[in-house]
Design a protein around this ligand. Structure first.
Ligand SMILES: [Zn+2]
Length: 80
């Protein structure tokens, strides 16, 4: 019997954490998309187990600028 090949590894996956309204320093009142990039353990290229958080940022839906997530603290972001 020969053991089958098992493909496993890690890969980073970016996903939307939450969205809401905020005031962009560049383009004014608009919507943000809070994104989180997390490393996943993959098996056969399918992300299975979430590992450490690599990065998180806020992307402006108006001008596509990216900001540190602390930008939402400063203005009491409206949750959606
Ligand atoms: Zn903007």
């Amino acid at each position: 019997m020969t053991p089958g090949l098992i493909f496993f590894g890690t890969r980073s996956v970016t996903m939307s954490y939450k969205k809401g309204d905020y005031v962009c320093p560049d383009c004014g009142p608009t919507q943000y998309n809070w994104k989180r990039q997390r490393r996943f353990f993959t098996l056969y290229f399918i992300p299975l187990i979430p590992l450490d958080l690599l990065n998180e940022y806020v992307e402006c839906q108006g001008c596509k600028s990216t900001w540190d997530t602390s930008i939402l603290d400063s203005q009491g972001a409206i949750e959606s």
